[in-house]
Design a protein around this ligand. Structure first.
Ligand SMILES: NC(=O)NC(NC(N)=O)C(=O)[O-]
Ligand SMILES: [Zn+2]
Ligand SMILES: [Zn+2]
Length: 652
């Protein structure tokens, strides 16, 4: 059957930590094969990009993931909005953003407010969007539903006044309540990251008397008012709570280099589940050069000294700081008080969403930082942070076909009037940057071309979707994975080989190793036949780990399901809170327990589209068998049936 195959070909493609020439194949918006550069292309395939004639100029990376963006819709849509923010993101090579729970109205601190936000984005997004919930005093009761039914990719809280009154700061006891809920979610593999604006108020309050007589137009006044100690103490607090609770935590927009040592020790020595990001502005600007009165440079925590910037770069290169994001936090020009130039009263937040790749690259190239690190800090690490890295991140078979195609040696002078955000004022105006985005591709579709007029651009369809935390093991959201072609499979290294055939069999090592040793295969059918032969020739004791690798049927939150078995069991279209469903789950759990007690191994059946209720009598019937060996072989033959049925789904 003719399938729409998209192709991207380039000499400098960043693929899993290295830059190489390759041809990438795309189907249904997903990368399903990566082959050598000169692979023969069929004429009916859709050549999305081929760097022929510009090999030396072009680099191709996975679409950037910016997990710190204040879109501010619904509500403060005069500050920003879905259309303008995602237009700017696409023009900057960003294919996924995560929206912060403030400064929208309402703030995203309840399940209902989350639904309002989801409604507000429908049909307006040019890139994919993950939503972050907010933790504020007293809303711990909202967390679970926002995760399990709302699909938030993480939570954000402030340890200091957030800049708006409807998003209150939290104290230690509020954080503890939220972490207690996150620990419950950990039991179901549904926990998500807790992000913190890490400044505490006390050191800031102490500086009030010091700065009150200083000139508010001078940047140093503002810098003095937000001392590093405010960040350092906040980060110590978060490290302590993340260590005590073992809940995945994250420091947003780190600016104080004083805190790097504490973070490094926590991460590398104490193995605390904590990460940190910094932002474009802390890596590009220095306080010594901020012009008096230019409040466009104001953000909290503040841009600090040159020496601080260099320490942040070092921390980024030694991975203490894992990623770089925008903290795009725009507002209307009047709130920046540009006429008064009052840093103390102006809105804190910098607009930069469209420029991140160029800002970071302009500084990175001076430091000899390779493209592979650019991809790691701007694609892979942010995607991992919010549990979407099976779909999003650097270029890899099975991930969404998201790409940024850019010219690192091309330079340009920032003209804020060309920014696609709603309020175009930016402190980057007139800066000379390197790295020009040529093309942005989202799930196999071109969403930005540098040679398009803004009108043409704005008339192209908005295909952005909401992304939810997806783990290959337990999520119906993961797009159907694909098997690579059989010749690619034969050439894969062991790990990738296992990852691919894991889609056919819930993999027991003994089976995997023997199948791996039996390659090359002429076809997948031949592979499954060989697997069946291997299984039949195993002595009985070795058959047990094979059948026990398969997940039980029914709801076992503590058991990870492959996305295929999750779907085969029908979980993706069941409301697990429906009393009828709950009753069937309970009955299956009891029958599974009886079966395993009687036979000593798991019950496996080829569901083949039947509901769980229809499986109950089958399990009861199988329980009556009296010959354990015959039952074991029956279960294994069901596994082979499942493998053949998966072939039909996974092969073109
Ligand atoms: N309410 C905000 O948008 N605050 C943001 N403002 C900044 N960074 O100055 C932030 O991330 O804290
Ligand atoms: Zn913040
Ligand atoms: Zn922010």
């Amino acid at each position: 059957m003719d399938i729409d195959i998209g192709v991207i070909r380039g000499r400098n493609i960043v693929i899993e930590g290295e830059v190489r020439s390759a041809t990438v194949f795309i189907r249904d918006g997903v990368i399903f094969e990566i082959k050598p550069y000169h692979t023969k292309l069929l004429k009916e395939w859709n050549i999305l990009f081929n760097d022929e004639g510009m090999e030396e100029e072009i680099v191709i990376m996975g679409g950037l993931v910016d997990c710190h963006v204040h879109v501010n819709e619904p509500g403060r849509t005069e500050w920003e909005g879905w259309v303008s923010a995602t237009n700017a993101a696409a023009a900057g090579g960003v294919t996924t953003i995560c929206d912060m729970p403030l400064n929208s109205i309402p703030v995203t601190t309840t399940y209902q407010n989350l639904l309002d936000k989801i409604d507000s984005m429908k049909g307006k997004c040019r890139v994919d969007v993950g939503l972050l919930g907010g933790i504020v005093p007293g809303n711990a009761g909202e967390i679970k539903k926002m995760v399990t039914e709302g699909g938030v990719v993480g939570f954000k809280s402030f340890l200091v006044h957030s800049g708006i009154d409807d998003f209150q700061a939290v104290r230690r006891d509020d954080i503890q309540k939220a972490m207690d809920v996150m620990k419950e979610l950990q039991q179901q593999h549904k926990d998500v990251v807790m992000m913190f604006h890490a400044e505490v108020p006390e050191p800031i309050d102490e500086m009030e008397s010091v700065v009150k007589d200083m000139d508010p137009r001078v940047y140093n006044t503002f810098l003095t008012s937000r001392p590093r100690k405010a960040e350092n103490l906040a980060i110590d607090l978060v490290i302590d709570m993340a260590k005590q609770n073992q809940v995945k935590s994250h420091i947003v927009h780190l600016s104080s280099s004083d805190a790097i040592k504490a973070l490094e020790h926590a991460i590398t020595v104490d193995k605390v589940p904590i990460t940190a990001e910094t932002t474009f502005h802390y890596l590009f600007f220095v306080s010594e050069e901020v012009p008096d009165g230019n409040t466009l440079y104001k953000c909290c925590p503040p841009v600090r000294e040159n020496e601080n910037k260099e320490l942040l770069w070092q921390a980024l290169q030694n991975k203490t700081i894992a990623m770089v994001v925008s903290d795009h936090s725009p507002c209307t020009p009047n709130l920046k008080l540009l006429d008064q130039g009052d840093f103390m009263k102006a809105w804190g937040g910098i607009s930069s969403l469209q420029l991140g790749l160029s800002i970071v690259w302009t500084e990175a190239k001076k430091r000899g930082i390779p493209f592979s690190i650019m991809s790691q800090i701007m694609c892979d690490e942010p995607a991992k942070l919010v549990n979407i890295n099976d779909r999003k991140g650097s270029i890899k078979v099975g991930r969404d076909a998201d790409f940024v195609i850019w010219a690192p040696n091309q330079s340009f002078t920032v003209d804020q009037s060309t920014m696609l955000v709603k309020n175009q004022y930016s402190p980057y105006h007139s800066s000379k940057l390197y790295g020009k985005v040529q093309l942005t591709i989202l799930r196999g579709q071109v969403i930005f071309r540098h040679d398009q007029t803004v009108e043409e651009y704005k008339n192209t369809p908005t295909i952005g979707q909401r992304v939810v935390p997806t783990r290959v093991h337990s999520s119906p959201h993961y797009p159907n994975p694909f098997l690579p072609s059989i010749d690619l499979l034969n050439s894969l290294e062991q790990d990738d080989f296992f990852a691919s055939i894991h889609l056919l069999f819930e993999l027991a090592p003994v089976l995997a190793e023997k199948v791996y040793q039996a390659r090359p295969f002429s076809s997948y059918e031949a592979l499954v036949q060989k697997a069946e032969e291997i299984i039949n020739n195993l002595e009985e004791a070795m058959k047990l780990p094979v059948i026990n690798a398969h997940p039980r049927i029914g709801l076992n939150p503590n058991e990870t399901l492959s996305s295929l078995s999750y779907q085969e069991q029908g979980n993706h279209n069941e409301n697990q809170l429906d009393p009828e469903i709950v009753k069937v789950y309970k009955e299956l759990a009891e029958l599974n327990e009886q079966y395993e007690k009687k036979f000593g191994f798991k019950f496996v059946v080829f569901v083949n589209g039947r509901s769980k209720a229809e499986i109950v009598p089958v399990l009861k019937q199988r329980l009556l068998n009296t010959d354990p060996i015959a039952e074991l072989n029956l279960g294994l033959s069901e596994m082979i049936e499942i493998a053949y049925s998966r072939l039909k789904k996974l092969l073109p």
